[in-house]
Each structure stands twice: as C-alpha cells, then as structure tokens.
Design a protein around this ligand. Structure first.
Ligand SMILES: *[C@@H]1O[C@H](CO)[C@@H](O)[C@H](O)[C@H]1NC(C)=O
Ligand SMILES: *[C@@H]1O[C@H](CO)[C@@H](O)[C@H](O)[C@H]1NC(C)=O
Ligand SMILES: *[C@@H]1O[C@H](CO)[C@@H](O)[C@H](O)[C@H]1NC(C)=O
Ligand SMILES: *[C@@H]1O[C@H](CO)[C@@H](O)[C@H](O)[C@H]1NC(C)=O
Ligand SMILES: *[C@@H]1O[C@H](CO)[C@@H](O)[C@H](O)[C@H]1NC(C)=O
Ligand SMILES: *[C@@H]1O[C@H](CO)[C@@H](O)[C@H](O)[C@H]1NC(C)=O
Ligand SMILES: *[C@@H]1O[C@H](CO)[C@@H](O)[C@H](O)[C@H]1NC(C)=O
Length: 708
C-alpha cells in the first residue's frame, strides 16, 4: 500500500505545480464549409468582372477557436479564421444574430471576431457596401447565406467540443514566404525606423507567431497576401492559407475527408497590406516588346508606361500558368514553420481572457496626436492609383478602365448616373496628397459605397493580445500599431514584459488599406486605398491604445462607442439571375456518362477524367458534402477516398446550351504518388431543377479503372 501511495503523491504534486505554471483554459475548435455558388458567380478579391467561377478546386472553410476562462463563462473569446477575402459588417451582424438566438449573451459583438485569410479565389458577392459589389453584379444571397450558416456551424462545433486544456505561444522566422510589393513606398519611412528592422525581415515581417492548443490544433499569424492563384483562374479555391490548413490537417489525419478532421489548423492573416506571395518579383509579360521578361519599372510597376503587363511571379511560376504550384509552395513554407513550432518548446500562456470592442466612425474623426496636436480623418476616398491595382493583379475595377468597357457591366449602368460626388475643397485638402478618383465617403446612392464606421476590437489571452483590425495594415503600419499597444499594455501594468502582440485581419468590417503617413505620401496602390486620409493609422493607434485599460483583469467602466453602422443588406441590389431550369440532351439522362475514363489502368501522376450530363450546381451548394468522389473498391464495397476538396480533384461545370438548359460536368483526379494499387471509379453528385417542380438529386458513375 505504501509503495503505491508514493507515486500517486508525486503525480499529485506535479499536477499542482503544473497548475501554478500554466493556466487551464476552456478550449473549443471547429471547422465548417462556407462555399457559395461555384459557377456563374464573380470571384472575390481581384475585382475583375471577367473572373466568374466555373467549378471547384477546394472548398472554403471557416475555422472557429474558442478560448475561455474555466470558472467564468463571461470571459471568453471566439476567433473565426474564414477562407474569405475579408470580414464584412453585414455577415458579422447576421452571424451575431444567429449566435444570440442559440447562445444568449455568450458570443457577442465584443468577444466574436470574424477574421479572414484574405484569399482571392473564393466566391464573391457577400459584402455589404456597394464598391466591392460592383464586379459581382451586386449582392449574392447564396454566398452570404453559405458564409453565415457555415460560420455559425463552426462555432456550434467548437462550442460542442469545449473542454479544459492549456495554451502555449512561440514564434519562428519564415523564409521564402513573402515579399514587399511596394518597396519604394516602404523606403519613404524614416531611415532610423527602418534600421530597427534590417535583421527582422527588413521591408516584410518574416515572423510567424503561433498559439498552440496542444494536440487539438493551433492558431498562427503570418502576413502574406492570398494572391498565389492568379486572377485568370476560375476554380473556387482557398489560396495559400486555406491550402496550408488543408495540408497540415491532412498530415495529422490523412484518412479523414477534408473538413472532417478534428485537428484544426489556423493560418490567420496579419499586417498583409504590402505583402505578396509572388516572391520572385514582378516582371513584364509583354510578348513582342523589348522589355518582355524584364522587371517592371520599380516606382510605378509599369511596363511600357502601363500597369497591365506587370505581374508578380510566385516560386512555381514556370510549373503552371494559373499559380497553383506557387500556391502549394507558399502554403508548404507556412506548414513547415507551424510544424517546427508545434514540435518545439513553446512558452506556456497564463492569465486572464478579456475582450474589448467599439464602433468608430472614421469619417471626420478628431483625435489628439502624441505630440499634443489635433488631427482628423476624412470621409472615405480612393486615389487614382487604386485603379492601377497591384503587381499581384492589376486589379482595376472594370468600370474605370474607359467609357467603352463600362457598358458591359449592367450594375454600373444602374449606378453610373450617381457617380461619386465631386470632392469639396475641404475633402481634397483633408485627403491630400491623394488625388481623389472615387469620393466614396460621399457616395451613398443607392447605398454607401464604402464603410464609414469600423469595428475596433482586441482580445487578451494571458500575455497574448490580438489586435483585430478592419483592414490591411502595411508592414510598417502593423509594427507601429503593435509597438504602441504593447507599450501601453506594459505601461498600464496589464501585462508585464512578456506582453506579446499580434495583428489579425482584415476582420469584421472591410475598410480597405492602412499605410503609414510617409507611405501614404507616395500614393502607391496601398496609399491610394487608405480611405480615411493620411491620418488613418494614427487615428487607429490612438483608438486601440486608449482601449488597452479595458483589457485589465478588473476593468473599470465600459468604453464609449460610436453608433453601429447602418444595416444595408436588406436593401442590396442583386442582379444575378437564378437557375431557370436544367435539362439533359434528348435521349440522355442526368448523370449519364458522356465521355468515360479513357483507359482501364492508370498510374500515379496520370489524370483520370470523366464527363457527365450535368445540372447547375447552384441548385444545391452541397455544403458539408461534395460534388464528386473518387471511390475505391475495398473488400467488395465502394468507399469514397477523395472529395471535391482534395486538391488532386477538380469539378468543372460547363453550360452547353442556354436555351435548351443543357450542361456538362467534368470530374478529374490527378493520382497522387503513394495512392494504393486497386480498383477505383469516379462519381458525380448533382441536383437538377425541372421547369416546374422541385429540385432533385442524381448520381453519375464512371467505369471502373485500376491503379497499378
Ligand atoms: C519572438 O519571440 C521571442 C520570445 O518570446 C521574442 O523575444 C521576440 O520579440 C518575438 N519576435 C517577435 C517579432 O515578436
Ligand atoms: C523611386 O522611389 C525611390 C524611393 O522612394 C525614390 O528615391 C526615387 O526618387 C523614385 N524615382 C522616381 C523616378 O520617381
Ligand atoms: C494567367 O496570368 C498569369 C499572370 O499574368 C500569366 O502568366 C498566365 O500566362 C495566365 N494564364 C493563362 C492560362 O492565361
Ligand atoms: C464630415 O464633415 C463634412 C464637413 O463638415 C460634412 O459635410 C460631412 O457630412 C461629414 N461626414 C460624415 C460622414 O460625418
Ligand atoms: C471606344 O469608343 C470610341 C468612341 O465610340 C471609339 O472611337 C474607340 O475605338 C473605342 N475604343 C475601344 C477600345 O473600343
Ligand atoms: C471535359 O472532359 C472532356 C473529356 O476528357 C474533354 O474533352 C473536355 O475538354 C473537358 N472539358 C473541360 C472544360 O475541361
Ligand atoms: C466495377 O466493379 C464492381 C465491383 O467489383 C462490379 O460489380 C462492376 O461490375 C464493375 N463494373 C464494371 C463496368 O466493370
């Protein structure tokens, strides 16, 4: 008996010691599908009218991370990392309403953050303001609903998984993961300030910060634009952060279908503004011109005087011309960094969980600078260089490219008579030296083009503070904000020297870019898109630092807030037409094989394709499901071993005849090395809409084939 007592006494001692060294938190993690319509819908990010989706490469997901104190349910935060281009006020409002209906006051505007991976190959049409809707032909309710329902489901799953555990924190350097796409603007920052960072990435933050949830997952932050996949791709995908999450989760649970793993890998975005995944630089793609293949002109990113031919190149640009190889490479660099952190000795996180949130009207916001002077922000405006786009995608909105092209956009036909008002002398002076192209802060017809009111939010988890930002901070802007908040946390004795601060976003509301005042003066794309004028960053620094005291263990009072932004979703214009009906060609049926797999035997590296009589996938998004499977014959029974979210499979839909309502679907699979030998088949899952009556589902199946 005595011999047995001794070890259990030791175990007890050790666990008591651990409890002192490391706080216990209530932790929940969950994933859900947020993929909107994968065909006939504009894609979000590049603002290109021509980029209309035609199929699916990987589903978009929301990943939810709940962190709470074990003994006080009110002290809890939920961080959403969604595979979308940016957070949005309308989406956030709808999610919060749904969460309030289910959970009462557990998840609120204060402790819920909707952050995005800032990817550029997802489904568009979900934002509430008019400007980002223009190329999407207005608002697309199906996209909006998919994101709202999916995020709520991710929170439901995280909530259902809540249990106690510990957190730990660390960072590492990522090389070959990002590059500054506006280095000449960065050089406008003071030399003494730049000198502080020459060994810390110089004009890019190269640090990945990671919060480990132990064996259950992690949340990481690293700044790199989600523009690895180019603007000319039309397959819905997740870009490098969503790919990194897939690769990491698949490495832990290789046999689980994507999105059904229990380990949740969070690759979140940080001060992304002037970062690019196109790490080889920007070059002229100008066939026949003397400068073809040469670097673009550095200050203006032009080739022969125009921006159109200047394109950034990712590490795999010779391997395919849509960016998919580069995408996987930039994803892998992030996966490797996260793996090295997860297997290293991270520092335990201890201390309270707190959150603070206010609304801030950034049009005409007056505040005091650290030197005592009064400063003011301006109603939103876009500069001329906004139309020039970036080297990641000369992302001009089509309607500003010239009179001739505008007539192709029916939404522009409706709103063009309400073109943004001519800026007043006061607005011109306030925004100087920005030459104003779109005076969006004064454009409110048919509804506001840009937001005026933004979400200002911070989460504290022990010594980690997340600054949740409503836009894209450049590298130096992010450093200034982080440094100011960290100094304030220490000065206010809220956290000691161990205070660790990350920037997360674009989150909640999308208020475009945030540069430093010096970068603003250069007016590259990021400066031209810093919508509230030259003092935008300083106004944010002032506001975020003023909220630091509310992260105290026992804060006194509540912060004052401006009014919440107006609800616009219910009045949104929507020009996308619904599916009228589907029909198979005469003598054929839905799901029938039109072109069967070409061979009976394949090997790794081959691509197997089958074409089926299709129907419009907008009839049923098959959320949490799949439009295709690769089945393997195992002990006499077919088992699905790939879904439409494996990067090795592609679902493509093609309309054959609009009048006859016929369409085809191609299912393809590029066989990965290491795929077990055996018998396989391809399947297609569709849903057809008759002219009269309700939508019904059907299945198509290819012939069997073997992998040798
Ligand atoms: C990385 O972590 C170390 C140790 O906590 C810290 O000293 C350093 O400042 C961190 N780096 C950044 C860029 O936050
Ligand atoms: C290009 O930008 C650099 C750095 O800001 C500046 O020193 C230089 O004068 C600029 N060149 C031109 C031609 O504008
Ligand atoms: C897509 O765009 C990239 C970048 O401009 C270009 O290099 C590539 O050739 C384009 N691919 C196709 C298929 O047009
Ligand atoms: C900002 O101030 C200007 C000038 O006083 C005024 O015309 C405008 O309505 C204000 N805008 C907002 C959004 O408050
Ligand atoms: C645009 O329209 C003008 C006037 O109708 C015409 O002269 C010009 O050729 C057009 N440009 C293009 C690119 O079609
Ligand atoms: C679909 O597959 C068929 C048969 O392999 C092929 O001829 C066709 O080009 C494919 N269509 C698309 C859009 O890839
Ligand atoms: C495919 O395999 C299944 C299971 O062995 C078998 O029942 C079926 O006849 C095969 N189909 C073809 C076309 O060979």
């Amino acid at each position: 008996m005595a011999r047995l007592l001794l070890p259990s006494f030791l175990v007890l001692c050790t666990s008591v010691l651990n409890a002192v060294a490391q706080s216990q938190y209530l932790l929940g993690l969950g994933i859900a599908d947020i993929t909107g319509p994968v065909v006939e819908t504009n894609m979000m990010g590049y603002a290109s009218l021509a980029q209309t989706d035609t199929g699916l490469h990987q589903r978009q997901r929301a990943r939810a991370f709940i962190i709470g104190e074990t003994d006080n349910t009110a002290n809890r935060v939920v961080f959403i990392n969604a595979d979308i281009a940016m957070g949005d006020t309308g989406i956030r409002r709808a999610i919060l309403a749904a969460l309030a209906a289910k959970y009462g006051s557990l998840y609120t505007a204060q402790n819920f953050a909707l952050s995005s991976t800032h990817q550029h190959s997802g489904v568009g049409g979900y934002l509430e303001n008019l400007l980002p809707q223009l190329t999407a032909l207005g608002f697309v309710p199906q996209t909006y609903n998919a994101i709202v329902q999916g995020v709520v489901l991710a929170v439901d799953r995280a909530h259902a998984s809540l249990k106690t555990g510990t957190l730990s924190l660390g960072n590492t350097t990522v090389t070959g993961g990002n590059r500054n796409r506006s280095p000449t603007a960065y050089l406008a920052n003071p030399a003494e300030e730049r000198a502080l960072y020459v060994n810390e990435g110089d004009d890019q933050d190269k640090i990945m910060s990671l919060l480990s949830f132990g064996t259950r997952g992690f949340l990481s932050w690293f700044p790199v634009h989600g523009t690895s996949i180019y603007e000319n791709n039309t397959l819905v995908s997740t870009d490098n952060k969503g790919m990194a999450a897939y690769l990491y989760e698949a490495s832990i649970e290789p046999n689980a279908m994507p999105g059904s793993q229990t380990f949740v890998a969070g690759f979140a975005q940080a001060n992304v503004g002037d970062t690019s995944p196109n790490i080889l630089g920007a070059f002229c793609e100008s066939p026949g011109k003397p400068y073809d293949g040469m670097p673009c002109q550095a200050n203006t990113s032009t080739c022969g005087g125009t921006v159109q031919d200047c394109h950034g190149r990712g590490p795999g640009f010779t391997l395919d011309n849509l960016g998919f190889h580069s995408n996987e490479m930039i994803a892998q660099v992030q996966v490797d960094a996260a793996k090295s952190l997860m297997s290293s000795n991270l520092k335990p996180v201890t201390g309270s969980v707190r959150s603070v949130h206010v609304y801030l009207n950034m049009a005409n916001h007056t505040f005091t600078l650290p030197n005592g002077q009064t400063a003011q922000t301006c109603p939103a405006a876009m500069g001329y260089s906004f139309a020039g786009g970036t080297t990641d995608g000369p992302g001009a909105l089509d309607f500003i490219q010239g009179d001739n092209s505008t007539s192709q956009n029916p939404l522009w036909e409706i709103v063009k008579s309400f073109i943004t008002p001519i800026p007043s002398a006061a607005q011109t002076a306030c925004q100087a030296p920005k030459p104003i192209l779109l005076n969006t802060g004064y454009a409110s017809f048919p509804y506001p083009w840009s937001p005026s009111t933004v979400d200002i939010q911070m989460f504290k988890v022990g010594n980690l503070v997340m600054i949740i930002v409503p836009g894209e901070l450049t590298t130096m802007a992010g450093r200034r904000l982080r440094n100011a908040v960290r100094a304030q946390l220490i000065a206010s004795k809220i956290i000691d020297d161990s205070a660790y601060v990350v920037v997360a976003g674009p989150a909640n509301t999308y208020a475009h870019y945030i540069t430093t005042r010096e970068e603003y003066a250069v007016q590259r794309y990021e400066g031209a898109s810093t919508i509230f004028g030259p003092r935008t960053l300083e106004a944010y620094i002032d506001k975020y630092t003023s909220l630091v005291p509310f992260l105290a263990d026992k804060p006194s009072g509540t912060p004052s807030s401006d009014a919440a932004p107006p609800e616009l979703t219910s009045s949104a214009l929507s020009l996308q037409t619904g599916v009228v009906f589907d029909a198979p060609p005469i003598g054929k049926s839905f799901g029938q094989v039109l072109v069967d797999v070409a061979k009976t035997t394949y090997k790794a590296g081959d691509t197997v394709v089958a074409q089926f009589v299709g129907a419009n996938p907008r009839n049923n998004l098959r959320l949490e499901g799949t439009f295709l499977s690769v089945d393997q014959l195992i002990s006499g029974a077919w088992k699905a071993v790939r879904s439409d979210s494996h990067p090795s499979t592609i679902y493509r839909w093609t309309r054959v005849n609009t009048f006859l309502a016929t369409s085809n679907v191609n299912v393809s699979w590029t066989i990965e090395s290491g795929t077990p030998a055996g018998t396989y088949r391809l399947r297609y899952f569709g849903d057809s809409k008759p002219f009269i009556g309700s939508i019904s589902s059907f299945t198509g199946t290819s012939s069997n084939f073997t992998i040798a």
